[in-house]
Ligand binder design. Structure first.
Ligand SMILES: [Zn+2]
Length: 381
């Protein structure tokens, strides 16, 4: 940590940031007038997406991850709740598909991640979602969507009649991942390629196991997030969440000894695709800018706030501007956004979807699978 800090400080010194704290210039543009803000759009996101008149028009891959899971976080083990949220999310995304296609002019491929773990066993068996919702899974596969797994590390404590996030118990975590990936392979008759571990939790041993089991794309990580002791207040966990402040913000091949560091050699088959983070406008608070650089590193300073679709994002950090900033921070822009199935899906994410489809670059968005997104990004190298 000290080494990273001193390295970051060294970079800051080289760039003169120790004398002049990093200033978010969008603050000045945005606070002067709307036209100036449009200039920023062109000078940042658009410049990076389309480099000069001789460059072919580039597209922006969008991976929309959908975690398919029970409505409550703590499933009632005696009488598990029906997946009403999933059923409503099915129809919401079914109706949304042609709308996105009309804006982007391209087919839409979502990425669905199914719960197959101990918390699904009260429904009858861990692969209950696949047994119960076969028709929908057929429909989305026919549409070209990706299907992966979304295991949580919940373990039932019989004595206490409650669920524990057993992150500190590697053999239990391995059991959950194995149940998930093998359950997927058995139900679909093909290997599982995509993974989103529950509650953004991951560690190196689990990622390495996922690779050995054939997983090729991990979409768990959320750059900029802190190592909280539990996923949600009031819940119990046997280990903290990972510290994602200093991780890469672009798809990368992870090191076998530390999944949060990009490997120098790229012979590994698994890729980590970080979800998209952006940054908040902080106003005239140089100390806060300094802290942001110190915590996230100079490279990560403009992608430290996850773009959660269910948050309201009031001005000056409205969702469309957060997208601008995220795109402007990337050399090869992409978006990876995640939602969960829920009863109020339209209310929860509708305004963010509207903002995305009204964005000046919306016609360049391509809603695609992780494999398609990486193929497109690697083609631009
Ligand atoms: Zn989940």
């Amino acid at each position: 940590m000290r080494r990273m800090f001193s390295s970051s400080m060294k970079n800051a010194t080289l760039l003169g940031l120790d004398k002049h704290p990093p200033i978010d210039r969008s603050f000045f543009y945005a606070s002067s007038c709307e036209n100036a803000y449009q200039c920023r759009l062109e000078s940042d996101a658009r410049r990076r997406v389309q480099r000069g008149p001789t460059t072919p028009v580039t597209t922006i891959p969008v991976i929309l991850c959908v975690d398919v899971e029970p409505d409550p976080r703590s499933v009632n083990r005696d009488t598990p709740e029906p997946l009403v949220g999933y059923e409503l999310t099915q129809s919401y995304l079914r109706n949304l598909r042609p709308r996105i296609e009309a804006v982007t002019g391209s087919p839409v491929h979502y990425s669905w991640f199914l719960r197959i773990d101990a918390q699904m066993e009260p429904y009858g068996n861990a692969t209950w979602i696949m047994d119960r919702y076969g028709a929908h899974l057929e429909e989305i596969q026919h549409a070209g969507d990706e299907i992966g797994v979304h295991p949580h590390a919940y373990r039932w404590l019989e004595d206490e009649r409650s669920w524990l996030h057993d992150f500190g118990n590697q053999s239990w975590v391995d059991h959950c991942l194995t149940m998930s990936v093998e359950g997927f392979a058995k139900a679909f008759g093909r290997p599982c390629l995509s993974l989103r571990f529950g509650d953004r939790w991951m560690n190196t041993a689990t990622l390495n196991l996922a690779e050995r089991m054939g997983v090729r794309f991990d979409l768990t990580t959320e750059p900029g997030t802190l190592p909280y002791p539990t996923p949600m207040p009031g819940e119990r966990a046997s280990g903290p969440l990972p510290d994602y402040r200093r991780m890469p913000r672009i798809p990368y091949t992870p090191s076998p000894s530390n999944f949060l560091v990009a490997a120098r050699r790229t012979q590994r088959s698994i890729r980590i695709v970080p979800l998209t983070s952006s940054y908040l406008r902080l106003g005239f608070h140089p100390r806060q800018y300094f802290w942001r650089v110190r915590e996230n590193g100079f490279r990560g300073r403009r992608q430290n706030t996850p773009l959660y679709m269910w948050e309201s994002w009031p001005a000056p950090n409205s969702f469309d501007r957060m997208i601008d900033r995220a795109l402007g921070a990337q050399r090869r822009p992409y978006l990876a956004l995640a939602i969960r199935t829920r009863k109020d899906i339209s209310l929860a994410i509708g305004q963010r979807i509207d903002a995305l489809l009204a964005h000046p670059l919306a016609s360049r968005l391509r809603f695609c699978t992780p494999a398609e997104a990486l193929a497109e990004l690697e083609r631009r190298q």
